[in-house]
Ligand binder design. Structure first.
Ligand code: XIL
Length: 365
């Protein structure tokens, strides 16, 4: 049974509704530009930002047709204990989306990171299967019918783990074997038959050997899933790219997307941002290079009709997650400028690059 949303969630939703309209960008916002091409555009948010940052709320309402809770649906975000669930913060995001008629993505049911402290380190197959089945059924049913797509399995491949199948050597794989991906998809399909079920992964975008190995591993995984009849509907390409890492090769990226599409799957760009850890400090130069990378990446992916959704992992530099990990932060300690808006919610060249790429995209059916 779906429970009513808590009062706090309603308050957040109403706060969203009551937000004064920002001066509308000339084209009517990125979501409108995208929708005219048959593309859904949005961003990751979290309940705290929605509560505390009115500029974020205004900008999300002006620019987005979709939101995804960035933290609240991870195990760590909603599983305080093995026998308990806490959906208060997830529900705030869901209520905000409902009140503002925004589409939603769910993120994420199975991931080797963001597991709570109590999560068993080396569970038996039976133990983990029971835990996972309850988790997926509870989350899936609670939001059934409200999510456009669910990231069912996040980051399942890691060629560096040197398994012949390219799968990541995670707690889920060790306990359940390589069939865990199909198992999780089936559990999700049962709990929420309406959502597109997504396998989501990173480092799939660039013409680098490591990305090539990851593309191969993901394609093999999707191939096996489709052959087995597992309920998978889309590949999520996270698209955490960094300017200056390697030039986007549109042919490489488009060929990969076409290979996924030829399996009957859609492709969603799920966590787009453009890091600047490799760039010199100069701000105008950094902003220009980051914008160029947005333009090149989106130019390539949006040329493929299988891509019908683009989601940024945050709209502004203000709260960038890229400042929080040693792999993504800048070595000089300066804050990253990886998102379409700066730390004061002023649009940057990256925002214009996104607008132009959306406007140039071919119209989808
Ligand atoms: C990140 C969040 O944005 C951070 O706030 C959190 O501390 C760590 O996780 N790939 C994913 C996302 O699939 O869930 C991650 O989100 C970023 C990388």
């Amino acid at each position: 049974m779906r429970r009513a949303l808590p009062r706090r969630a309603l308050a957040a939703a109403l706060a969203g509704l009551a937000a004064p309209a920002m001066a509308q960008p000339a084209e009517g916002g990125l979501a409108r530009l995208a929708a005219a091409r048959g593309v859904l555009f949005g961003t990751a948010v979290n309940a705290q930002w929605l509560r505390e940052d009115p500029d974020l709320v205004r900008t999300v309402l002006a620019e987005c047709g979709l939101v995804v809770p960035g933290l609240e649906l991870k195990w760590e975000g909603c599983r305080p204990g093995p026998d308990s669930f806490d959906f208060r913060r997830a529900d705030e995001v869901v209520a905000f989306a409902a009140a503002n008629r925004l589409a939603l993505r769910g993120h994420t049911l199975v991931w080797h990171e963001a597991l709570p402290r109590w999560f068993p380190a080396s569970p038996s197959a039976a133990e983990l299967r029971t835990l996972l089945a309850r988790h997926v059924a509870t989350l899936g049913r609670r939001y059934a019918g409200r999510l456009r797509s669910w990231d069912v399995v996040n980051e399942p491949v890691e060629p560096w783990d040197r398994r012949p199948d390219g799968l990541r050597d995670s707690v889920f794989l060790r306990a359940l074997g390589p069939g865990y991906v199909a198992e999780a998809l089936k559990m999700a399909a049962e709990a929420d038959p309406a959502a597109r079920l997504v396998v989501n992964d990173y480092a799939l975008e660039l013409p680098l050997p490591q990305h090539e190995a990851r593309r191969r591993a993901i394609l093999e995984l999707l191939n096996r899933l489709v052959r087995q009849g597992a309920p998978v509907h889309a590949l999520g390409i996270q698209a955490h790219v960094a300017a200056g890492e390697a030039p986007i090769d549109p042919e490489v990226l488009r060929r990969f997307i076409r290979a996924v599409a030829s399996l009957g799957l859609e492709v969603e760009v799920t966590e787009l941002d453009v890091g600047c850890r490799l760039l010199p400090a100069d701000i105008p130069a950094r902003d220009a290079a980051v914008a160029r990378t947005y333009a090149e990446l989106l130019g390539a992916v949006l040329a493929e009709p299988a891509v019908k959704l683009v989601c940024c992992w945050g709209l502004s530099d203000r709260d960038s997650w890229l400042n929080t990990t040693r792999f993504t932060r800048r070595p000089d300690g300066l804050p990253v400028r990886a998102h379409p808006y700066d730390e004061a919610w002023r649009p940057k060249p990256a925002r214009e690059a996104i607008a132009r790429a959306l406007a140039a995209a071919p119209v989808r059916a």
